[in-house]
Ligand binder design. Structure first.
Ligand SMILES: Cc1cc2nc3c(=O)[nH]c(=O)nc-3n(C[C@H](O)[C@H](O)[C@H](O)COP(=O)(O)OP(=O)(O)OC[C@H]3O[C@@H](n4cnc5c(N)ncnc54)[C@H](O)[C@@H]3O)c2cc1C
Length: 309
């Protein structure tokens, strides 16, 4: 019997495991499948490789639920330095970050101030940044945050999750401010009172939301990125776009580093927009557990490798 999605998502939040698992050598090795390394430099090397294949990237410096505003300031400075490096290297690399990495748990206003700093610097450098979406307890706050920050700056996108029942309404409420949206299925453990429990239902909702977003993209020119590795969904999105007269180069997919890499290159080759999200940093444990939970067979693969050695 394999390890279930729920067990892995529970493990992602367990402090005892959080303090032990990242120290294990074989886990440190296994995590490399999903990230090029812990430093900016390693991430930049990977981005340059993608760039050669015609694939721009998005960077996330791993971290979430920080405990002090000092850490929030440090993380902000990290992103400011990163933006300058990207600009100096003349690379097409956007940024995406979690609001709890810059203090949303501690102060809405302070995190807004810090995010604005990053967004402003990105704007000066002609770059865009996204807001990751976290578990459902943050969705209201994150949308309020997005609306507030969009009052002054336009270079910001928001990620939303198809597994939540509420997302179509959220999208409809956001349309007036011309959002940039990255649509994903959703990576957290959520109750069936607020999220579709079956993957087939999530997929159906993903397509329902995609159709709405593609129409909005055609009518209002909003930027929409489909953040999924699900090739069947990608096909349906392509077909739907074609049906309503959207050109290939208006369809953007976003995928994670290390997952379905050949298909990423193929999308670029076929004339679609594709952007790869590269995560890096030392604080990879909860993020890595969520990646394992997306495909619990990943764990079996790791265990088999250990016992084979
Ligand atoms: C660019 C991007 C940004 C994201 N940002 C967020 C965010 O801000 N908030 C959030 O909640 N979630 C985020 N996610 C994660 C997302 O919610 C899903 O958990 C994740 O993408 C897996 O769903 P899927 O759409 O790929 O479909 P699935 O049905 O889960 O997977 C489809 C197929 O892709 C492959 N696959 C998927 N995941 C993996 C994996 N980890 N390892 C190996 N193979 C895999 C498998 O072959 C699987 O059969 C993001 C995902 C992407 C691609």
């Amino acid at each position: 019997m394999g390890i279930s999605r729920n067990t892995l998502l529970w493990a992602s939040r367990n402090d005892w495991l959080k303090n032990r698992i990242p120290k294990m050598k074989f886990v440190q090795k296994a995590v490399k499948r999903f990230m090029p390394g812990e430093t900016i430099e390693e991430a930049l090397v990977a981005a340059k490789d993608f760039s050669k294949k015609g694939i721009p990237t998005t960077f996330t410096h791993l971290g979430e639920n920080i405990q002090s505003l000092n850490e929030a300031e440090e993380n902000t400075n990290h992103y400011l330095i990163l933006l300058d490096k990207i600009s100096n290297d003349k690379l097409d690399i956007e940024i995406s970050l979690k609001l709890t990495q810059i203090g949303l748990d501690l102060s809405f206003d302070k995190s807004l101030e810090l995010y604005s700093k990053i967004a402003l610097r990105a704007q000066e450098l002609n770059n865009n940044i996204f807001i990751d979406i976290e578990d459902s307890s943050y969705v209201d706050k994150t949308i309020a945050f997005y609306k507030k920050i969009k009052e002054n700056q336009d270079n910001i996108g928001l990620c939303l999750q198809a597994y939540l029942y509420r997302t179509l309404n959220d999208l409809k409420n956001l349309i007036a401010i011309k959002p940039s949206i990255r649509l994903v299925k959703g990576a957290y453990k959520e109750a069936s009172s607020i999220a579709f429990p079956k993957i087939s239902q999530v997929n159906t909702n993903y397509m329902r939301l995609s159709k709405y977003l593609l129409e909005q993209s055609r009518e209002n020119g909003i930027r929409v990125a489909f953040g999924t590795h699900d090739l069947m969904i990608q096909e349906q999105v392509k077909n739907e776009a074609k049906k309503i007269g959207l050109q290939k180069d208006k369809i953007e997919f976003q995928m994670l580093y290390g997952i379905k890499s050949t298909e990423q290159v193929k999308l670029a080759h076929d004339g679609y927009k594709i952007r790869t999200l590269i995560s890096y940093g030392e604080y990879w444990y909860p993020w890595y557990m969520r990646r394992l939970a997306e495909r619990p067979a990943n764990v079996t693969f790791i265990l088999k490798n250990i016992f084979n050695k």
